[in-house]
Design a protein around this ligand. Sequence first.
Ligand code: F6P
Length: 323
Amino acid sequence: MKRIGIFTSGGDAPGMNACIRAAVRTALANGLEVYGIYRGYLGMIEGDIVPLQSSDVSNIIQRGGTILKTARSDEFRTPEGRSKAAENLKKFGIEGLVCIGGDGSFKGASVLYEEHGIKTIGAPGTIDNDLYGTDSTIGYDTAVNTVVEAVDKLRDTAASHNRLFIVEVMGRDAGFIALRSGIACGAEAILVPETPTYIDGLIQKLREGWSRKKHSSIVIVAEGDESGGAYQVADAVKKNFDKYDVRVTILGHIQRGGSPSAYDRVLASEMGYAAVKGLISGKYNVMVGRQGREIVYVPFEKAIKHNKELNKYLLEIAETLSR
Ligand code: F6P
């Protein structure tokens, strides 16, 4: 393999730049040429592809977002779109790809291999942490820290006004951000898609807290929770428990931005390095994962199955400590 391409795809995540930097420099150190593909599969279809040198990735390890930009491409979902992408890669002499993204991006890479034989290795870049086979995805730690910082501020005003804040965090299919940030913030309740949500139980808990003179509370809701989200939870609480003045905060896309944490920078560096090393040694259709201290390569079909479980021990801790 002489020349590889690198791209970011799907939702951005803090640490993607650190991963790009690591992949580019590892490729160059191993005698490969490396090309950056802008805007993910969209740029692949449009031929938005440029050579990258070491200096192109200077001074980016600390920056959020992705210098290669990212997109979701409907055209790539069609066989015609994928043919155009494959033609462009051949035109540029690109023999292997590093894809930094989430499940949709890895699905796309698998189809590109089936149809056109293009070999891709993945690095998990998503704040949601919803990829099986890695303890943590690039961006997850930073997103959790962003939530914690915001909720600490909400606590101050909640306590001053004796209010209940229902805070919605990202995670359309997964409660990883909600669970970890909820424990870190000492949330009174954490609602996640992976476990059933009993609004009656939540109200009972708030009532008990109130009788113990707990007059301000934080409830964290993952956006994919079966309750429907923070506004629905707030309405249900208001109807059934009138002691609290209730406020809703949707944290939204601030969770996707910001300078990556030191943890994410190191993880992203390890993963970018391992992705290129993996490609060189003939691996493809696999995602780089980190399990404990080990770097592993997980087949795409396993990584994207949405069967990564929330840590039961953490769920138990959250429940015990929130009483
Ligand atoms: O990056 C994943 C994610 O944060 C989900 O939790 C969320 O539902 C989604 O992205 C929203 O992304 P967008 O606004 O880019 O469609």
